[in-house]
Design a protein around this ligand. Structure first.
Ligand SMILES: [Zn+2]
Length: 284
């Protein structure tokens, strides 16, 4: 089971979240049959979206994080609910690039340059959309830049996905720390130092470090309270009824044309690859 733990510094300067998303990323690999670089790109996006989704207030709220770059991965997106459950999609799951000189998966190369967007649907007439430029394509820096520019919230983000030799995910997770208004300068300095020191987050998780231990490293030297823990999962909420609405949105004329050439329409959920098939009786 994946999970998120959350803490607040005792002086109210910052809220910190740590997540282990190893199971979520392994489910994503199972659904999308991703190559290593694609696994890292999608896994980091899922991890970031899960953390961001857990900041939403109400049941029914959702957040969609999308990277639209010109790299080999194509569009990479993840949708999270208010309790951090996620589902994701990558346009080119077979995207795989040579390792970078430092031995890491080349996520920035797979994402490329372009734009990222964050759409928050919180039950208002129109969802709130924030768009910002992809600054590095490494996902964590892009999310931090989005928070700084679109939400004016200084945020430290670290994300990691370690892909094993058998192409499964050995460890994945993330740290997201947001400064609250009037944050103490000395706390900010400590947080930056601490997060900078957490190298190889995914290796730490793969080696068995718990979220609580990683939180202790991220908030080293700062007093804090852990205030909650939530279980998270890769959950797809697709249904035959929802797919039927999508098919019907093609319009009667288009459907008539399709059914004159074939007996059924097959639709595949892009988040979990579940297949749905419809016959012409849906037009009645
Ligand atoms: Zn689905």
């Amino acid at each position: 089971m994946s999970k998120i733990i959350r803490a607040m510094t005792k002086d109210g300067s910052a809220v910190a979240m740590v997540t282990d998303t190893t199971d979520i990323v392994n489910k994503a690999i199972g659904y999308h049959k991703t190559a290593p670089t694609a696994t890292a790109a999608l896994g980091r996006t899922l991890t970031a979206a899960s953390l961001m989704g857990s900041r939403l207030k109400d049941k029914g709220d959702s957040l969609t994080l999308t990277f639209k770059g010109d790299g080999a991965a194509g569009i990479v997106m993840a949708v999270a609910d208010y309790s951090g459950n996620v589902k994701g999609y990558i346009e080119n799951p077979s995207a795989d690039l040579p390792l970078k000189p430092n031995g890491k998966l080349d996520v920035s190369g797979a994402i490329g340059s372009g734009y990222m967007s964050v759409v928050r649907d919180v039950g208002m007439k129109e969802p709130m959309t924030g768009i910002s430029e992809i600054v590095s394509g490494e996902i964590a820096e892009d999310v931090a830049s989005y928070f700084a520019n679109s939400e004016q919230t200084p945020t430290l983000v670290s994300l990691g996905v370690l892909v094993d030799k058998d192409l499964s995910c050995a460890g994945a997770g993330g740290v997201l720390i947001q400064l609250l208004p009037y944050a103490d300068e000395s706390v900010i300095d400590k947080l930056e130092q601490n997060v900078g020191k957490i190298t190889g987050l995914s290796s730490l998780i793969a080696s068995g470090k718990t979220c609580e231990q990683i939180m202790a490293e991220a908030l080293y030297g700062i007093e804090y309270d852990l205030f909650d823990e939530i279980d998270t999962d890769y959950i797809c909420d697709c249904s035959k009824a929802r797919m039927l609405r999508a098919v019907k949105s093609l319009g009667k004329e288009e459907l008539q044309k399709i059914f004159s050439e074939q007996e059924t329409i097959e639709v595949c959920c892009r988040f979990c690859n579940k297949k749905f098939s419809f016959r012409s009786d849906i037009m009645e």
